[in-house]
Design a protein around this ligand. Sequence first.
Ligand code: UDP
Length: 386
Amino acid sequence: MSDYDVVVIGAGLSGAVMAERFASQQNKKVLVLEQREHVAGNCFDFKNGHGITVHQYGPHLFHTNSEKVWEYLSQFTKWQAYEHKVLSSIDGQLVPLPFNLNTLHQLYSKSEAQTIENLLIEHYGWEQKVPILELRKSELQPLRELGELVYQKFFVNYTAKQWGCSPEDISPAVTARVPVVISRDDRYFHDKYQAIPAKGYSKLVENILSQQTIEVRLNTDATKIISLNLEDKSIQFNGKKFTGKLVFTGMLDQLFNYSLGELPYRSLQFEFETLAQQTFQPETTVNYPNENDFTRITEFKHILQETSPHTTIVREYSQDYDRNDPSKNVPYYPVFNDQNQDRVNQYKALVKSFPQIITTGRLADYRYYNMDDAVGNALNVFNSVI
Ligand code: UDP
């Protein structure tokens, strides 16, 4: 085991970037351990039998304002331009999400919409973004009422399905990801760079990991072969002392054998369907806040503009994570509230007491990272430890 300078647990974006940095910048010998049978974590994708690129763990749409992240990833992939659009099914109509001035005009009469539009522009300014929980508290009654309508029709039931609670019971940053936008821009994201890896995310991550001094072991549950000694803070690998660096991108509670209690996560179930028709819906994703048990339907062929007489869609069902239930044991989202944050901080303090351990990623940091955050953080973490 002392053959390796660095062991990375998890071959998702965060783990892959860390492995690549240690290999390419420091010529370190890196072993990447991945429990699944493939790399790329939850952005894993593949082309199905109908020539459609499918995201096995739900839709992943890359967007970033970071030059650094964009330039870093561009070493490993070519891009296909793509700007994500989402519609929400409200009262039998499909309307643009985030809620913007076009949505306003679709749901209100012309004169009402114009009055509210003027107020929004006057009060907040053109192209401003207002979190829904803030709009609901506006001192102006018509804006408060608009906030209430958007909250009730777009957020309450979707959030109940997605998180099992109301928008007030989850960190405000979660619903602020989808603010009310004061413009006529129907795009879901407004970042400078928006594109999909031309050959898919799996290929991108494979390329990141293709350094000569990186070895990847799939189907390997690292927590079964690595053990941490809580007394002297040493690390054992296959029964022998490991003296290098351990990069951990998984769940902190699992790493420490749940010694401080479990951290909650939300899991998902996906129902894929391939239909013998050209298209199913007008945009990539349609959200269903108030109908159905699923939260949204994504139609994949729109993403890379693939042509096929068939189309593949996926319905997403949200559920609590349960490590003992094979249908619920994939963690997708940490559950963001103050109570959970305390326990996370305790686990993070435990991590800090191990000088060899480095953590990064959505699970290990217990944060709602987008893909660009995962990459940007891994780059920063690497710079801070070397
Ligand atoms: N949300 C909502 N209604 C929607 C879309 C989003 O209430 O139609 C809320 C919900 O709480 C969700 C959060 O906003 O979890 C963030 O949405 P986003 O689309 O960023 O979620 P992701 O794509 O990461 O699952």
